[in-house]
Ligand binder design. Sequence first.
Ligand code: COA
Length: 374
Amino acid sequence: MTETIYRSGLEGVIAGDTTIGSVKQDGLAYRGYTIEDLAANSTFEETAYLLLHDDLPTQAQLDEFNKTLMGFRALPGLMIDALRLIPKDAPMMDVLRTMVSMAGHFDPVSGDSADDLRRRSTWLMAVIAGIIAARYRLLNNKEPVDPQADLSHAAQILYQCHGSVPDATSTRLLDLTLILYAEHEFNASTFAARIIASTLSDMVSAVVGGIGALKGPLHGGANERAMALLKQFKNADEASVWVKDALARKEKVMGFGHRVYKNGDHRAYILEAEMRKLAEQKGQMHWVEIYDAIKTPIVTKERPIYPNVDYPCGLTYFLMDLPLDLYTPLFVASRVTGWCAHIIEQAGDNRIYRPLSRYTGPEERKVVPIGQRA
Ligand SMILES: CC(C)(COP(=O)(O)OP(=O)(O)OC[C@H]1O[C@@H](n2cnc3c(N)ncnc32)[C@H](O)[C@@H]1OP(=O)(O)O)[C@@H](O)C(=O)NCCC(=O)NCCS
């Protein structure tokens, strides 16, 4: 009989082996490369390849990967038709969840070998980016834009949203956030995807499950919530008053805290530095003042809580003029690579996830015939 342990929220419990990502107090690494190194010296496509194919690509491998991505970018006409049918006020994450599920009916890859799964992952990367951009266009009463060859994944998303090739700064910043968001070992959405994969269900179902988990404000939904919070204040003084009260009420501030990182999120440091440069460049430092007014009392508490990546990401996307509703879908556009890498890893050495629960319900009792129940 295996020894049973109970930890609320599975805190501190190791639920499986992985060679994909390592999340530690002192650093985050994807397949042995630190996030700082990848952020400075790789592109999102290289990082995605690393996650899906175990190592960084050669130029020839990257060219082939980009060619495959491009070949998968155009959405079937029936998917565009379906996008038109979804009510305009449906949240973008709900639309994405529905449409990825629908995309499964048009999966161009057959088979379930590791190579098939890698190819299907590349297709999902392309399709998810395409769905986000097409929906954004339709919401703005504009027709979806065909993909353009020779654009990076980040530039392609912005191009298909806005209909013009984006500037170098926006492309680089979106690319950076995609690298930072790509993988984070057994977080809630990745674990959800692995659980689904462990039943030998299909990759699309596992990714749809991941989207459902990521949507929540305690997980990926925090980037939208963090920016929605900043937008409530006209200036830093208003923000300072609010945060003091919020902390006194023990209210959770979105974009802060992490289950594993207790001394700060390494991704947040990288992105915050870039966000500050962007605000300066755009002459929008008043947003940074509000950002700091909320952050300072939280990081200087007796028991400090630090920003996670979602806090600077919200303001970065806002300064890039992206609408709030796109922030968590863009997280999906990146994290799909980590989910798929985990689904492939799970398939390679599978055992179904089946933990126990601690029963706290009523003692055993007898069924009273319905006519005699009070
Ligand atoms: C990320 C998160 C879900 C981790 O949850 P967790 O590991 O279960 O941590 P807990 O909720 O147990 O928090 C531990 C303590 O820090 C406090 N805390 C955690 N996150 C906080 C936040 N964002 N704002 C204020 N206080 C926070 C809790 O109130 C708790 O205090 P207590 O010990 O006095 O009760 C949590 O920090 C959170 O809800 N953050 C806001 C949402 C967010 O940004 N999510 C994105 C994560 S990348």
